[in-house]
Ligand binder design. Structure first.
Ligand SMILES: NC(=O)c1ccc[n+]([C@@H]2O[C@H](COP(=O)([O-])OP(=O)(O)OC[C@H]3O[C@@H](n4cnc5c(N)ncnc54)[C@H](O)[C@@H]3O)[C@@H](O)[C@H]2O)c1
Length: 299
């Protein structure tokens, strides 16, 4: 097995591409936005510089070799021969649906498809494909090259063979797969989004500053990152979209999105990726602001 097709070259897609290429796979990296594709080589070099400083596992990866294995592409016609396809586009079911309807036209029946989503139902996505038994959830965590766990999600139709192959593939990427059943948010995000949302409510109500909340989690509970640092790392737009999926699917008010999160997204304060979220990443001046690339995981 040599070729992986990666759809979406945002935060996660670039990281998944780096991880696959770092482990010797050829990668076709597809995004619909030409500006995103144009920035892929520069972004990947920057990310690799950070990861090499943080992780001994990545320290030996040469940027030229990793980039040499990643071919950016505007469409996924070339995915016909890919051994695995990993989809990482925005957390929006309608957008994902269009991608899978397109993939139906190019992929053979045997294509193995991994859905990297925070919350969207794997069963619902698999239902769009002619071979739903070949579709599995593969929830990589951010930053992908540094985080050992991958949540592998068995959809209603996912076959035992596909789950086994997903375990083999993720293990070949140096990861530890943890197989769970399909439910909105799976295990990690059903829990973590409650923490992040409630932390945002505490800021919204003026109970505490972001730095105080995160310090309690880091110093009090021994977490590597607090909930608001994690939200900034994930991207507040993705957190808001994920809470919407959880709220709609579960019809449970406990997933009602904090208005402050929505307002921050409307104002373009998306977290690290826009330079400003609960913390500023331009001057790192906020209380408890993260000084270094986190080694703790997020979803
Ligand atoms: N951000 C995280 O920490 C994190 C962690 C785990 C899983 N996820 C999930 O991974 C997925 C991607 O998240 P992200 O943070 O990388 O989002 P992002 O917004 O950074 O990137 C999404 C990319 O998808 C591209 N795109 C949108 N529609 C497309 C289409 N039809 N065809 C090709 N490309 C398209 C966009 O141009 C963009 O570059 C989401 O489902 C998210 O829930 C995110």
């Amino acid at each position: 097995m040599t070729t992986v097709g990666v759809i979406g070259a945002g935060l996660m897609g670039k990281d998944v591409a780096i991880t696959c290429a770092g482990h010797g796979y050829d990668v076709i990296l597809c995004d619909r936005d030409p500006d995103v594709l144009a920035s892929v080589p520069r972004d990947m070099r920057r990310l690799l510089r950070q990861y090499r400083l943080t992780s001994p596992a990545v320290a030996g990866w040469s940027a030229d070799e990793v980039l040499g294995r990643v071919r950016p592409s505007k469409n996924y016609e070339e995915f016909a021969d890919a051994d695995w396809i990993v989809e990482n586009i925005v957390e929006d079911y309608a957008a994902k649906e269009q991608v899978y309807l397109g993939l139906r036209e190019v992929c053979g029946d045997d294509a193995r498809i991994a859905v990297n989503t925070s919350c969207v139902s794997i069963t619902k996505i698999a239902g769009l494909m002619p071979r739903p038994d070949r579709v599995v959830g593969m929830h990589f965590m951010n930053p992908v090259p540094l985080i050992e766990a991958v949540e592998v999600i068995r959809g209603h139709h996912t076959s035992d063979d596909t789950v086994r192959e997903a375990e083999v593939f993720t293990t070949s990427l140096g990861k530890q797969p943890i197989v769970v059943q399909d439910t909105p948010g799976f295990v990690s995000n059903r829990l973590s989004h409650l923490f992040m949302n409630e932390a945002a409510f505490l800021v919204h109500e003026g109970v505490a500053e972001p730095g105080q909340i995160d310090a309690l989690f880091r110093l009090g509970y021994g977490h590597k990152m607090g909930p608001l640092e994690t939200a900034d790392l994930i991207g507040l737009d993705t957190v808001v979209n994920s809470l919407a999926v959880l709220y709609d699917d579960m019809q449970d008010p406990k997933f009602r999105c904090c208005p402050l999160l929505k307002r921050m997204v409307a104002a373009g304060r998306l977290g690290r990726k826009s330079g400003q979220g609960f913390y500023s990443y331009a001057n790192r001046a906020a209380i408890g602001s993260p000084e270094a690339l986190p080694s703790g995981g997020s979803a």
